[in-house]
Design a protein around this ligand. Structure first.
Ligand SMILES: NC(=O)c1ccc[n+]([C@@H]2O[C@H](COP(=O)([O-])OP(=O)(O)OC[C@H]3O[C@@H](n4cnc5c(N)ncnc54)[C@H](O)[C@@H]3O)[C@@H](O)[C@H]2O)c1
Ligand SMILES: O[C@H]1[C@H](O)[C@@H](O)[C@H](O)[C@@H](O)[C@H]1O
Length: 343
């Protein structure tokens, strides 16, 4: 069986996913595309030689009989409606982060999915598929460093444009750590706090950058996460888990080491799409395979999207208040507690 995809949003990551489904992965085919900029969608069909129709809007694409699964790679504020339309049509959906820009929006998606009665949605939290994070989780789960006490992590981008706001440091960037860390340490967030260090001179006038976010979990683990989106030197993701008996580090991407001119050096990546290239491949292949084999997606759920959004909302509140803010999560519905096994 082939899973026929309709893509909403043919911008940067939309094109990346279209390329990987077409050229690298198995079991999926792009049959429909749409973008508010229709010309951009036409261009993508031409550029990648797709046998795909261009639809005038997301609703007509979602309702097309040819489309089995919808790939949502539009701007964040459009995601909620895109996903709700897909659920209403009974279609599978792979939605890039954020699932919705508010916790209420994620809740509405989870309600609609539960009402449908079967899992349809997977959220693009690709770090759970990154081999480095997977190894780190295995080390923690095998008790190799003892009980985790603290986590230190870094999320640095070389630069951002003028549209990037102080809030986006949380809802667009930290959201990856918010998702992957509670999965990594199998704990829930209790409170968050945001500290603004001295502002980087390269950050534009309205952007507070860098930011230090402190998150405390229910069991008392303290996480220090740095977001610095004008670091200039590269795209740098670091994570260090400090346990009772030892410390475990997220592996650095493989790179050759050179010795030259009295220096020993390794490269640092610059683009986000290169840093998690394999993880994007694996997450989308898992989406395709699990649907074909089990009739349901297997990866991060709408409820994971909801947890991330509630935590992000608390961080935004903390950005404004300067105080510690609580993370108030509803209890996970039974619908989202099971794990599907892909043979
Ligand atoms: N997982 C990751 O690491 C990762 C990386 C990059 C982007 N993203 C997420 O993917 C999404 C897209 O990001 P991007 O960098 O590709 O942005 P982008 O601006 O390059 O592309 C977005 C595209 O969506 C189109 N669009 C917007 N609203 C639409 C709508 N309602 N219907 C149809 N088309 C619409 C735009 O015209 C644009 O072509 C964002 O939510 C972003 O956070 C995730
Ligand atoms: O949308 C991008 C993407 O999610 C990257 O992984 C992150 O590093 C950037 O900060 C964000 O703007």
């Amino acid at each position: 069986m082939t899973l026929n995809f309709g893509v909403i949003g043919t911008g940067a990551i939309g094109r990346e996913h279209i390329k990987r489904i077409t050229d690298k992965l198995s079991g999926g085919k792009i049959v429909a595309v749409t973008d508010v900029n229709e010309e951009a969608a036409r261009q993508v069909v031409k550029q990648y030689g797709l046998e795909a129709l261009v639809y005038p809007d997301d609703k007509s694409l979602v309702n097309s009989e040819n489309v089995d699964a919808v790939l949502v790679t539009s701007w964040g504020p459009a995601h909620e409606q895109n996903v709700l339309n897909a659920i209403e049509a009974g279609k599978y959906v792979f939605c890039e982060k954020p699932l919705a820009t508010t916790a209420e929006g994620c809740r509405r998606i989870a309600e609609a999915e539960m009402k449908h009665g079967k899992r349809l949605v997977q959220v693009g939290f690709m770090r759970r598929y990154d081999s480095g994070y997977v190894q780190l989780k295995q080390a923690i789960d095998r008790n190799e460093i003892g009980e985790p006490l603290m986590v230190r992590c870094v999320h640095r981008n070389p630069e951002v444009d003028e549209k990037y706001t102080t809030q986006m440091a949380v809802v667009d960037t930290l959201i990856h750590e918010i998702d992957v860390l509670h999965w990594l340490i199998s704990d829930d967030y209790k409170s968050v706090q945001v500290i603004y260090p001295k502002k980087a001179s390269r950050a534009h006038a309205n952007l507070k950058d860098p930011q230090l976010i402190i998150m405390e979990t229910k069991s008392g683990i303290v996480i220090q996460a740095e977001v610095f989106v004008n670091c200039k030197y590269g795209y740098d993701i670091q994570c260090e888990v400090i346990g009772e008996d030892g410390v475990a580090y997220l592996p650095e991407p493989a790179s050759i080491v050179t010795r030259k001119g009295a220096k020993r050096s390794t490269d640092i990546l610059v683009e986000w799409k290169d840093r998690f290239m394999d993880a994007y491949d694996i997450e989308l292949q898992d989406f395709i395979d699990s649907i074909i084999k089990t009739g349901q997606p297997n990866g991060p759920t709408s409820w994971d999207g909801y947890i991330a959004a509630v935590t992000a909302d608390a961080c935004v509140k903390a950005q404004e208040s300067g105080q510690k803010e609580s993370v108030d999560l509803e209890e996970k519905p039974v619908f989202y507690t099971g794990k599907i096994t892909v043979q």
